[in-house]
Every structure is written in structure tokens, then in C-alpha cells.
Design a binder for this molecule. Structure first.
Ligand code: FES
Ligand SMILES: [Fe+2]
Length: 456
């Protein structure tokens, strides 16, 4: 496994500022279309979107478009989405077909990519004899239940590219999860600005005050390995014995926060305001805590009991949890940024996932998708479709995402100010973004790498 960099209280990354150009420049966005997107593995769709032979998804990225299709029971294939006659795009969106038919002049391709028909072929004489008219192929891989594509024929294998996520997240069996809900919109910010709102927990205190109010302040660790960065909780800020932590815990206690009730309330709030990172199984089991545990139960006892109860409830309905020991959970944390454009918040039976893509070459616009995956009893997976929801409000996206959305376009605007000196990253809890920019610079050029800074 590749070397892993760790930041945590007392162990900081080199302080840096991020350059602004990658976020705001059209030239940079164009260069990404040349140097980044054609070189990297990227999640094109979920395998579950292609159940039947002939099911296809059109994956658009920057100026490029790729058809991902179930070409046989066993195989998923990907082709450049371009008619070999005069270049018309062949597909849009997703669907089911036995042929890719070009509506301009009627050329057609089989789903194995071979040419099926050239309209009025005899007009071409023998000039097409022996000529390769098949749709050019794009490499395909599968991991975590996603279909990944890579336009670079010489790219390293997907498993290697994904390390250490491949080894560390494999245990979560993300491939066994299915969509619970999925929603997308076009957002007025750069795709990197969007991802930067979801790969650290430094923002939670200010952006989601309802999540931290009355809780002792948390510290975070971050890790970076391979191209990827992730983070998790590092206990209480200043330690459990700090005056601040004690004060807040006492305040919570005085407010009558019985841990049995507090945990149930927190989960209910999470379900109502995000409908992700927990499941109905947990929410329901947490409501029984007051009946199943004696008064005075500690937070640890409540946590342990809830885990066992939820596991048993799930088992009873046919959802068997993956076996992951606590030590492994402790180092995988809560949030992974997979280079370049996927963020996964994995847990035992659910995952919250964000994908951001550039909207063509516009540096100020991105396609932003949220997908919530869950493990369901076999045969009880709900039918879901992508919902386009352009209104970034609490009413349409629930409170927590609306709070994040509230920052993203304002950051995009603010970064263009003459008064902005560059993003000054937190050397402990914003390592995933800094690491992302270091890796990005390996594709885009060192002139865009994070710049080390020092105090006076
Ligand atoms: S462009 Fe496709 S058939 Fe002419
Ligand atoms: Fe957030």
C-alpha cells in the first residue's frame, strides 16, 4: 500500500495557500479537458443502472461524451459517443437500445461497437472496404458498484489507481448497495469548489450549527494516500478533560440530555435534515433506547446497544452487515475524496456520495450530483431515477445540503475578488483538499501547485 500522510492535533501538514486560477480560469478549464479528464479513472454510472443487455448511460465530461452500455450479459463496454460519418453525437441521457442509430444520415452501430449500417453504402465504392468503422472504445472497470471509465489506453489498472481506497473501502461492500435516492443540479461554481464543500468537517461548526450546538467541539484527523484523501473524528478538541469540553458536556447534561434521548434525537434530526449517513433501521432502533436501557446508561453503553440492536433488526429483514472490525473503521474515518471527482461517506449499510463534473468548459458551472446508497433486502431495492432539482433550497434538498449549497456560489464569486489573496488551508483538517491540489498539479503542471506559506 502507498505511504499515508496523517494530520491530527499536534501533527500538521506544511501550511499552504491554493492558487485561484484552477477555480476561476477558462484556460485552466480547457486544459483540464486535455490533461486531466482524458487521463483519469472516473465513475461514469452505477452498475445497477445497466441491468439489461442494451441498457446505456451517456456520460458527458468537459467536451467529451462517452456511451456506457451493457453489451452482453457479462460485459459492460464504453465507446466515444460520436458518429463515424460526420461526428454527430449518437446518444443523450440514458435508455435501452439494440442499436445506436445516427439520426442525421442513418448510419448505425451494434451495441458491441461494430458498424451495422452505412446508409447508401454503395455510393462510397470500395473506399470503406477494410476500414475500421467501429465506435472507438474507452477502457472500463468496475469497483464499488460503479462503472469506471478511462480514456487513456495506457492508464494503470483501476485497482491500483484507487489505492488505498481499493483496499480500505472494499470491506464496506459498496457494490452491494443500491440507490435510495439521487438528485442533481447545475450549480454556479467550479466543480472543484463544489467538492471542496464536502471533503472536510472544518466547516460543520459554522455551516451546520444545528449539528454541533451543545456538543463538545470535535477535532479531526486527515489522511492522504495515493491520489486520495480522507478524514475522521480525532476525539474532543483539547481532549475530553479540557475545560471547554467539560463545560459543554455539563451544559448538555443540565439541559436534561439523557444519552438515550440525545442519540435518538440526533439520528432523527439527521434523517429529517439529510436523509443520509444513517438508515431507518438506526432511527427506529434509537427510539427504543429509552425502553431497552436503564436510566443512567452512559454514551458508550448507548452506542454499543444501538449498534447491536440495529444489526439484529437488519439481519431479521435480510440485510447482513459486512464484518468490519472497529480498528478498521477507526482508520477509514467518515469521508473519502477519490481523485478527481467522487466523494464517498461510507458506513456499514449506507453511503452518501457526491460527484461533481465541469459543465462543458465553463469554469463557473458544474454538474453536481448527490446519490444515497443503501443495502436493501434482496429483491426489495426501490426503483429510483435521477431527479433534476435546480432549486438549491431546504425545501427541495433538505436543510444540510441547502446549508452547503449556500456557500458554494458565494465562494466562487468571492475567489474572483481583487481582495482575495488565495485559499489559506487549515494544515490539519483541510489536508484532503490540499492533497487533491498537489495531485491535480501532477496532471496540470507545477505552476498550479499549493504554495507553502509561513507566518512572519
Ligand atoms: S453524421 Fe451520423 S450518419 Fe451522418
Ligand atoms: Fe456540509
Amino acid at each position: 500500500m502507498s505511504e499515508i500522510q496523517v494530520t491530527q492535533p499536534g501533527m500538521a501538514d506544511e501550511p499552504v495557500m491554493l492558487p485561484i486560477e484552477p477555480y476561476v480560469s477558462r484556460d485552466y478549464a480547457l486544459a483540464e479537458g486535455e490533461k486531466l479528464w482524458p487521463k483519469v479513472w472516473q465513475p461514469a454510472c452505477r452498475v445497477e443502472e445497466l441491468p439489461k443487455v442494451g441498457d446505456f448511460v451517456t456520460y458527458d465530461i468537459a467536451d467529451e461524451s462517452i456511451i456506457v452500455v451493457r453489451s452482453s450479459t457479462e460485459n459492460i463496454s464504453a465507446y466515444y459517443n460520436v458518429c463515424q460519418h460526420r461526428g454527430r453525437r449518437l446518444t443523450k441521457g440514458c435508455g435501452h437500445t439494440s442499436r445506436f442509430y445516427c439520426t442525421f444520415h442513418g448510419w448505425a452501430w451494434n451495441i458491441d461497437g461494430s458498424n451495422h449500417n452505412v446508409h447508401d453504402r454503395e455510393d462510397f465504392g470500395d473506399s470503406l472496404d477494410g476500414v475500421d468503422l467501429s465506435l472507438p472504445e474507452v477502457r472500463v472497470g468496475e469497483w464499488g458498484g460503479w462503472v469506471w471509465i478511462n480514456m487513456d489506453p495506457d492508464a494503470e489498472p483501476l485497482e491500483q489507481y484507487l489505492e488505498p481506497a481499493f483496499s480500505m473501502l472494499g470491506r464496506f461492500e459498496l457494490d452491494k448497495m443500491r440507490f435510495r435516492w439521487r438528485q442533481w443540479l447545475v450549480f454556479p461554481c467550479n466543480w472543484k469548489t463544489a467538492l471542496g464543500a464536502f471533503n472536510e468537517s472544518y466547516h460543520v461548526n459554522a455551516s451546520h450549527p444545528q449539528l454541533t450546538r451543545g456538543h463538545p467541539p470535535m477535532a479531526w484527523w486527515c489522511r492522504a494516500g495515493g491520489r486520495h484523501g480522507w478524514h475522521g473524528p480525532a476525539g474532543l478538541r483539547g481532549g475530553a478533560d479540557s475545560e471547554h469540553a467539560k463545560g459543554l458536556s455539563a451544559a448538555r447534561g443540565e439541559a436534561g440530555a439523557d444519552p438515550r434521548v440525545a442519540v435518538a434525537n440526533d439520528l432523527q434530526m439527521m434523517w429529517e435534515t439529510l436523509q443520509a449517513t444513517t438508515t431507518e433501521t438506526f432511527v427506529k432502533a434509537s427510539k427504543r433506547l429509552v425502553d431497552e436501557l436503564p436510566e443512567g446508561a452512559t454514551m458508550e453503553e448507548v452506542g454499543q446497544h444501538l449498534l447491536l440492536a440495529a444489526k439484529a433488526d437488519d439481519a431479521a429483514r435480510g440485510v447482513i452487515w459486512p464484518e468490519i472490525e472497529p480498528e478498521h473503521l477507526a482508520v477509514t474515518g467518515i469521508d473519502w475524496h477519490l481523485f478527481p471527482n467522487l466523494i464517498i461517506l461510507p458506513s456499514l449499510t449506507t453511503a452518501l456520495v457526491y460527484r461533481a463534473r465541469p459543465n462543458g468548459n465553463d469554469p463557473d458551472s458544474c454538474i453536481f450530483e448527490v446519490m444515497v446508497l443503501e443495502r436493501f433486502p434482496e429483491g426489495e431495492e426501490p426503483q429510483s431515477d435521477w431527479v433534476y432539482e435546480p432549486d438549491p433550497t431546504e425545501e427541495k434538498w433538505r436543510l444540510i445540503l441547502a446549508q452547503d449549497f449556500n456557500n458554494m456560489p458565494e465562494v466562487q464569486k468571492g475567489m474572483k475578488s481583487r481582495g482575495f489573496r488565495g485559499a489559506r488551508m487549515n494544515p490539519i483538517s483541510e489536508l484532503p483538499t490540499t492533497h487533491f491540489f498537489r495531485k491535480l498539479a501532477e496532471y496540470m503542471g507545477d505552476e498550479h501547485a499549493p504554495v507553502p506559506v509561513k507566518g512572519e
